[in-house]
Design a protein around this ligand. Structure first.
Ligand SMILES: *Cc1c(COP(=O)(O)O)cnc(C)c1O
Length: 406
């Protein structure tokens, strides 16, 4: 057969392919029906040719599908495509972003190990480490994201894992991933980066020296707010540990969600580029508004780590934080004056969203902890979607108009 018919041929043809080509084609294996689109294998189990074949597959002596908690062809296509995009030896898909983090810790850490976590990670990630991981005898300490000397100082002989998000949410702080990878290496620990805000279209932590990349695929990988999912990418040695955990414990990705994510990946770079162009324009515009005290966006020359961001990321992402003079009252009135923006804490959607972090995503922190984290009452977070830039600006203008009516 010619051209792309044969699965083996298809994969070998992609060896030197660029990002967009991998995003559209990597991992696909054509079935006997010669389908052009990726097949959705909505099946929980598989049949065997004979009793002996079943025994061999169960024993791992023969190649063959067993059960969808173990493997699923649609999920496998998604995993192979993600591995190709992140430049990883292997990727392992999970039921959500949180189960990707859980699977990483459960697979790679044991009681008595020490884990270092950035202070500015996703809220549920803090709860996972604080309330659950600690319960199983893993020690957890927190470090300020950008403070390389602080990471070094916090390392102990039993430190096994360093965990960060860069840039942080919603204040867009960064860590120099290559430098932090050096700290982890010296320590004999693994560096895991939650790359959800960037996706491999903007940042490739493995190429910078990180060991593990984690995603909530729920966000930009889906890109249209439909499905929950997650994925972990890294070296085969560690990923095989995750495979074992997921097969046993079960927070695996649904094949339907994997199929939706495959469609999302096809347009990933184009979408991220459009998100970033609008976010940059809005960040620059917001910085000029008299009611705005400060804008948090790594694409602005005023951002203290702008040079690092330009080195480490291809573009600066779609999440813009901005602080209004006038505290909570001004922030709430601003939000309530908008008509187009969705009032929700989600992000990574074609629809733009606006959030008041102090009373939502960071609402469970004490006032002191919130102040220490820099989440003030006047802070708003804009997750820029794919609507027309002019319409987004018009909507934000409604917020400013209400404040100016005073
Ligand atoms: C949303 C999010 C998660 C959790 O992902 P779910 O898919 O909602 O479980 C983890 N990390 C970051 C940075 C996120 O934004």
């Amino acid at each position: 057969m010619s051209n792309q018919w044969d699965a083996g041929r298809l994969d070998s043809d992609l060896q030197d392919a660029g990002f967009d080509t991998l995003a559209v084609r990597a991992g696909q294996r054509r079935g006997p029906e010669a389908e052009h689109g990726e097949a959705l294998y909505l099946t929980s189990s598989y049949v065997f040719r004979s009793a002996a074949d079943a025994a061999a597959c169960f024993a791992g002596e023969a190649e063959g599908n067993v059960y969808s908690r173990y493997m699923n062809p649609t999920v496998r296509t998604f995993e192979q495509r993600m591995a190709a995009l992140e430049g990883a030896e292997q990727a392992v898909a999970t039921a959500s972003g949180m189960s990707a983090i859980l699977a990483t810790v459960m697979s790679l850490c044991s009681a008595g190990d020490h884990v270092l976590v950035s202070r500015s990670v996703f809220g549920a990630t803090v709860t996972l480490f604080e309330k659950y991981v600690k319960r199983f005898g893993v020690q957890v300490d927190y470090v300020t994201l950008a403070d390389i000397a602080g990471w070094k100082a916090a390392c102990k002989p039993n430190t096994r894992l360093l965990f960060v998000e860069s840039p942080s949410n919603p204040l867009a702080e960064l860590v120099d991933i290559a430098e932090l990878a050096g700290v982890a290496r010296e320590q004999g620990a693994l560096l895991a980066v939650d790359n959800c805000f960037c996706t491999p279209a903007l940042q490739k932590p493995l190429a910078l020296g990180a060991d593990i990349v984690i995603h909530s695929a729920t966000k930009y990988i889906d890109g249209q707010g439909r499905c929950l999912g997650g994925v972990v990418c890294g070296r085969r040695e560690q990923m095989q540990e995750l495979v074992g955990f997921l097969r046993t414990a079960g927070p695996t990705l649904s094949p339907f969600n994997a199929w939706v994510f495959l469609k999302g990946l096809e347009t990933l770079r184009l979408r991220m580029q459009a998100h970033c162009v609008s976010a940059q324009a809005l960040a620059e515009w917001l910085e000029q508004q008299p009611e705005v005290e400060r804008v948090y966006y790594a694409g602005l020359p005023s951002h203290p780590q702008h040079a690092l961001a330009a080195r480490q990321m291809r573009a600066f992402g779609a999440v813009v934080g901005f602080e209004l003079a006038g505290g909570r009252e001004a922030a709430w009135r601003f939000i309530d004056a908008t008509r187009l923006l969705s009032i929700t804490a989600n992000l990574g959607d074609a629809k733009s969203t606006i959030t008041h972090p102090a009373t939502t995503t960071h609402g469970r922190l004490s006032i002191e902890a919130r102040e220490a984290a820099g989440i003030r009452e006047g802070l708003l977070r804009l997750a820029v979607g794919l609507e027309e830039l002019d319409d987004l600006q018009t909507d934000l203008q409604r917020g400013f108009a209400v404040l100016r009516a005073d």
